[in-house]
Design a protein around this ligand. Structure first.
Ligand code: GLN
Length: 458
């Protein structure tokens, strides 16, 4: 019952930036027609999906929740969204998010905060005092699915943006292996890390959605030329023989007891499902967060160079000014503070004098982190960790302190740097009645192993 929201409350969540009921109705009508004609229904026939506003949708405003793209209407459809429509789904609307997917609380959106539909036992939450963050950057997606406004939504995950918001709102979300989902038509944040994935109520829905979203695409040079496995048909919660690794470096200082307890519960559930538990070491884990916050801004500073007032969105051209003034005015006005911070960090670490000291070092760390995981796979098949070091925090609680915000990504960025499939599933509630997530990390291309372990937990 906690999830049933009235229409007035649904609007207050601010999860949708654009509503596209006609698109969803057309898909539902097509499903009805096919059913009446006795045709075999497509896998997502008539299912209304929320699309994160990072996916370009033909004829429907797409802004990445940034003022700089206000009014931008793509003339093309992203591969991931097209794959969903080809599978019979319809679009309910475009979902709010952190601006250009930079953030962990959805507070960097140019179009207002998204509110989590959850309430704490002390009464704080949903529109009242201390409304809770839905996580980020896919905060519109997590809030909409958790509030039951749509059965599934797309997310993107560069350093945790599917998994952390899923954990904060008690839903499931999977980031597949880098290259499974085409990045074509998805607004770029950090191209070597960005991956699309589904967010839904349970593991089975995630499997069904991911099957539709994934697949080789010649328009993305990093797309994997592989068939999409039948993940839904392969689901099994029996884990006999599965070796689950517990990375000891994820026991970080100051982790709340409740997160420790949740982790232990997860271990017990997987044991009950037939798995054996092994301790593993990922020694470079502590360098993952600093490396990520060099590599991701470096790539972002390059990707965001295209927003110059010429090609997309807004243009600010003060009277009597020239081309450089137009660039400066458009970007000063168009980008939010967090995006500017990333561009500044990114251009700094890529600058001639500092490149070797920061960017090259970070890339070396990235290799060491990938090797840590490779070593771990010698003794285990999947890894189990908490998804985030805390439950949902209140809106405003961390927004003035970027470092505190970045620290919330400590458990999600290592697997992103290594390009591995990783999922968050709900693990239970804390003392305040808020959901906590458990993360399963898998070997490259082993989404099935990840989904199956998730199924055993949920
Ligand atoms: N919170 C991380 C960041 O701000 C991850 C974002 C993401 O995965 N898109 O960069």
């Amino acid at each position: 019952d906690a999830f049933i929201v009235k229409v007035s409350q649904a609007k207050a969540l601010n999860a949708f930036l654009v509503e596209t009921p006609d698109h969803a109705i057309a898909a539902a009508t097509a499903a009805d027609t096919a059913r009446a004609a006795g045709e075999t229904l497509k896998p997502l026939a008539g299912v209304p999906i929320g699309m994160k506003d990072l996916f370009c949708t033909k004829g429907v405003t797409t802004t990445a929740a940034s003022h700089i793209l206000e009014g931008f209407t793509p003339t093309y459809e992203s591969t991931v969204s097209q794959n969903l429509w080809d599978a019979g789904a319809g679009m309910l609307g475009k979902l709010n998010m952190d601006q250009f997917a930079m953030g962990s609380s959805n507070e960097t959106s140019a179009f207002g905060n998204v509110i989590s539909p959850w309430k704490r036992n002390d009464g704080n939450g949903v529109g009242g005092n201390a409304a809770l963050a839905p996580g980020g950057s896919s905060g519109g997606s997590s809030s909409a699915v958790a509030a039951r406004l749509c059965p599934g939504a797309t997310g993107t995950d560069t350093g945790g943006s599917i998994r952390q918001p899923a954990a904060f709102t008690g839903i499931s979300g999977i980031k597949p292996t880098y290259g499974r989902c085409s990045r074509w038509g998805t607004i770029a944040f950090a191209s070597s890390l960005d991956q699309a994935g589904p967010m839904a109520r349970d593991v089975r829905d995630c499997a069904i959605l991911l099957e539709a979203m994934a697949g080789f695409d010649s328009k993305d040079g990093t797309s994997l030329q592989l068939d999409v496995p039948k993940w839904e048909a392969g689901l099994s919660a029996s884990l006999a023989g599965l070796r689950v690794g517990i990375p000891k470096e994820y026991r970080v200082d100051g982790m709340p007891e409740e997160i420790e307890a949740l982790w232990q519960k997860g271990i017990d559930w997987l044991k009950d499902a037939g798995a054996t538990i092994v301790e593993v070491s990922l020694p470079h884990t502590k360098y993952a967060l600093p490396a990520y916050y060099i590599i991701a801004p470096a790539e972002a500073s390059s990707n965001l160079a295209r927003y110059d007032g010429v090609r997309y969105g807004i243009r600010d051209l003060p009277a009597g000014s020239g081309l450089q003034d137009m660039y400066a005015a458009t970007r000063a006005d168009g980008f939010g503070p967090e995006v500017k911070r990333r561009i500044m960090i990114g251009t700094y670490v890529l600058s001639a004098g500092y490149y070797d000291a920061y960017y090259t070092q970070a890339q070396k760390i990235r290799t060491l982190i990938a090797r840590d995981f490779e070593k771990a796979w010698e003794t285990c098949d999947v890894l189990l960790t908490p998804t985030a070091p805390s439950a949902a925090f209140a809106l405003g609680e961390k927004s003035a302190d970027p470092i505190a915000m970045y620290l919330n990504d400590v458990f999600t960025v290592p697997s992103s740097l290594a390009g591995l499939p990783a999922m968050s599933v709900p693990g239970g509630l804390d003392k305040q009645g808020l959901p906590l997530g458990l993360q399963i990390i898998g070997k490259p291309l082993d989404e099935q192993g990840v989904l199956n372990a998730g199924l055993a937990i949920e």
